[in-house]
Design a protein around this ligand. Structure first.
Ligand code: HEM
Length: 546
């Protein structure tokens, strides 16, 4: 009893300490912005408490923040981020400066490394900083060009067919209600296992409701926004030395060791036998040997590396100079060892699983709710399959304009990531103002709120894929759409993700009719995670077309 009472008291003290800390920080940050004549957005303690009590989700907080920030009519506002004051941007021109034109002031993103024992995490592109990041980005960029992704198309096609067979087994010949999340999870894992690890995930071989070892480990390695992760990050920010001593890790050791063993084994076999495959693993092994340089140092590789065509004009100060080459040689004398390959294969799993699955889930949901859109897509899909003798090809997928519109509209309304961030890496004077964003501060760039803002999207609550027809898209400022970010630190896997998703959606719609069922939640209840996901799965009525 006495021990329980002491534990209870300690918990109360800890909560009181955190509350005091948040209030104190909030006051300090308010003073900081007041002194700089910057409007401070007072979203603090009450929201933090409601979040941890499960009364507000991350989506709610992002939505409120965006709405409150735009209501001020300012181009940017100050916000409080527990340990540091931060900026939140609402002006499109300023976003363009931060993402692209002046990206040399915003090279990195928030550090989420936890301790020196978090070896893989430290080597991942997403958490690298400065010159190290430049070297890695340029080394990996040639592996994400459309030419390389085209060669991986067979993997997408095979996994798409496996997924349809799996769904057919689950719903039977008369169709039935099914949680599509399960099938999409298997698909996303299967594709990444083949492309980044060079192995079969065996995800479709399992009985319903059972996951293969690869899937189990893949799910364990996903970063979940939980109270325990938030506390770990707090310790890292407030007391990095203590975090190191405690050996706090963002990713558990078990899955890290599993993936390291898997990839090391595949690399050894390929090196011993000379066996080659069309996958990321091979491309990274080639990049390690410097073999991608001459073949892929193309304009498109530069686009992958710098994040946009615009960056190549050389008119603005950018992270990469026009002379930098997309192979890791020029920006820095960058070495790329086996641990780098393992770390980045694991990163592709972490960055590509939840996000891709999220897009797939909501695309299926929107198509089930909007039968006209599904019929129109079916016509396009059928003619594409027919034109290729009943099968799907890379060119067939690229040629489907309406499919592209459906996915972009899904990404607009249900962006997998809620917002982007940059870390200011050298003091930055906001153009046309006297405000200096100081080195070390985080800058938030909205996605979710902005993509539902009626000043950019008429009738934003309506699912309207035609908004993304090329002529209508051209009328909009491109920075109103940021599901993959922009500029040199944007999503390196964007091209890969879009083809992967298009292949499976086309195959699914070709084979099945999707409709809402009795278990379909309308509107969807969202889970409280950093990637947009439904809380209770996505149950749809799925019927084979013939
Ligand atoms: C629908 C699917 C996906 C979405 C919506 C998505 C979204 C994003 C976003 C918003 C960012 C941050 C961009 C920024 O800060 O400007 C990002 C970064 C990144 N993504 Fe993706 N992603 C997807 C799929 C993938 C896939 C399949 C891969 C790998 C195979 C991948 C690898 C990465 C990496 C490595 C970064 C960090 C890039 C860097 O720091 O240089 N993503 N992604």
């Amino acid at each position: 009893m006495a021990i329980l009472a002491i534990i209870g008291l300690l918990i109360v003290l800890l909560v009181a300490l955190i509350v005091f800390f948040v209030i104190y920080q909030q006051k300090q940050h308010s003073k900081y912005f007041h002194a700089r004549n910057v409007t401070f957005l007072d979203i603090g303690l009450s929201y933090t408490i409601k979040f941890f009590m499960g009364k507000l989700t991350l989506i709610d907080i992002e939505k409120i923040q965006y709405e409150k920030a735009t209501e001020t009519g300012k181009k940017f506002v100050g916000i409080s981020e527990l340990t540091s004051p931060s900026y939140y941007i609402t002006d499109l021109e300023l976003m363009k400066h931060i993402y692209v034109k002046d990206s040399d002031h915003f090279v990195d993103r928030r550090s989420i490394t936890t301790s020196t024992s978090d070896i893989l995490f430290k080597k991942m592109l997403i958490s690298l900083e400065g010159e190290q990041w430049k070297g890695m980005r340029s080394k990996l960029s040639p592996t994400f060009t459309t030419g390389k992704i085209r060669k991986m198309f067979d993997i997408f096609d095979k996994s798409s067919q496996n997924m349809c067979n799996y769904v057919r087994k689950r719903v039977g010949s008369d169709g039935g209600e099914f949680d599509i999340c399960e099938a999409y999870s298997k698909y996303a894992m299967d594709v990444i296992a083949s492309c980044a690890f060079g192995i079969d995930s065996k995800s479709f071989d399992c009985e319903p409701g059972v996951s293969s070892e690869f899937e189990e480990m893949g799910k364990k390695i996903q970063l979940k926004v939980t109270l325990s992760l938030a506390l770990k990050l707090l310790v890292v920010q407030v007391a990095p030395k203590l975090a190191n001593m405690m050996g706090l890790q963002a990713i558990d050791t078990g899955p890290q060791d599993y993936f390291k063993k898997v990839i090391t084994g595949v690399m050894k076999r390929r090196r011993d036998t000379g066996e080659r495959h069309n996958d990321f693993l091979q491309l990274m092994m080639d990049a390690q040997q410097g073999l991608l340089k001459s073949e892929e140092n193309s304009k498109e590789t530069m686009e992958v590396m710098t994040g946009s065509k615009e960056d190549n004009t050389g008119n603005s100060k950018q992270v990469f100079s026009p002379n930098d080459e997309a192979d890791g040689e020029s920006p820095t004398k960058f070495t790329f060892d086996d641990d780098d390959i393992v770390a980045n294969a694991v990163l592709f799993l972490m960055a590509g699983y939840d996000t891709t699955q999220s897009l797939l889930i909501f695309a299926a949901y929107m198509l089930a709710l909007d039968q006209d859109a599904q019929e129109r897509l079916l016509e396009e899909v059928k003619s594409t399959f027919d034109a290729n003798g009943g099968s799907l090809t890379y060119d067939g997928v690229i040629g489907m304009t309406y499919l592209d519109c459906v996915l972009n509209e899904t990404l607009r309304y249900y962006p997998p990531a809620l917002r982007n961030e940059r870390l200011c890496t050298k003091d930055y004077k906001i153009p046309g103002t006297d405000t200096i964003i100081e080195k070390g501060l985080i800058v938030g760039l909205p996605i979710y709120g902005m993509q539902r803002d009626k000043q950019y999207y008429e009738n934003p609550e309506k699912f309207d894929p035609e908004r993304f027809l090329p002529e209508r898209k051209a009328e909009r400022n491109p920075f109103t759409f940021a599901p993959f970010g922009h500029g040199p630190r944007n999503c390196i896997g964007m091209r890969f993700a879009l083809i992967e998703v298009k292949a499976v959606i086309a195959t699914l719609v070709y084979n099945f009719k999707l409709e809402p069922g009795t278990n379909t939640e309308i509107p969807v209840k969202m889970s409280n995670s950093s990637t947009l996901k439904p809380e209770n799965g996505m149950w749809l009525k799925i019927s084979p077309r013939s």
